[in-house]
Design a protein around this ligand. Sequence first.
Ligand code: NAP
Length: 314
Amino acid sequence: MLPPIALVTRMDEASEQDWLDRLAKAMPGETIRPFRVLTSEERRLAEIAIVANPDPADVAALPCLSWIHSLWAGVERLVAELGGLAPPIVRLVDQELSRVMAEAVLAWTYYIHRDMPAYRKSQQNRLWQPLDYRHPRDVTVGLLGLGALGTAAADRLTGAGFKVCGWSRSPKVLEGVETVCGDDGLRHVLATSDIVICLVPLTSNTRGLLNAERLASIKPGASIINFARGAVIVGDALLAALDSGRITHAVLDVFEQEPLPADARFWGHDRVTVLPHISAPTTPETACAIVAANVHAWRDRGVMPATVDRDRGY
Ligand code: NAP
């Protein structure tokens, strides 16, 4: 008899049950049980936990975990809350998630490229005000982050004819994409991009990445899309850059505090589009299939999936 797999979440019971049903269907040979119903013996035996924003105390109450599988792609909260002594963390890497994010990147790039915020304002003021058309080949999109999501986004953007410049920590070669890294690379992307898109994980190195100084070095009139994490951009510095018109528009899907508080200035700012963290939701079907394949490889061959590098933070 295999030891049970613990499902540890802070979801409401109905959502957790939905995940449980899907995971059980994807892994018929496994016993997957929510943390709260595990007996103390089962807690002692569990080798694997599947988690979504778990209470760190619940994870700590599973002493024999070999690894933890997150149902989400972003794991900064897990890394911070579980600390260095916790078992290795496997994050969700899912081609379907990358496809959904690339779709969002293209959709909101078009939103800015085809001047939708300006036409919305014209309509509100009953103004018939055509703007000049620009071909995508004359528009540079800067991608901060060229990982699973950034690479898929780059592919979608180049396919649509945009010029793409991507920034990553280590050097990368991507067909049809100008790639840069390091501080000089970041300066280059910010100075040359018409639309800057954040797709870096939140780590100690990327917290406050776009601060007042870097926002001031962005190409005048450029726009920003943040699909990464709110804390990658310093909120007050962004508001100041938007107030001054230095930055034309910001599409923000992620915020330091979510849900975004009702009194946050972003809501009412006419240069800001607020989205409720919807750019790339996890697709349960594919996520469960990926978790199942990883569990299978561990049970069959003792192979642990790629895990988060605690020193890098992602
Ligand atoms: P990933 O595969 O780990 O890729 C991260 C990329 O960022 C890599 O290219 C990495 O460089 C680069 N990077 C990390 N730290 C850097 C630094 N200090 N300087 C320069 N580049 C740096 O992550 P992913 O799967 O693409 O996901 C990225 C993030 O998207 C997640 O962490 C999550 O926060 C966010 N996300 C948001 C949503 C949403 O709905 N809004 C959904 C899913 C994910 P290297 O290639 O050199 O390692």
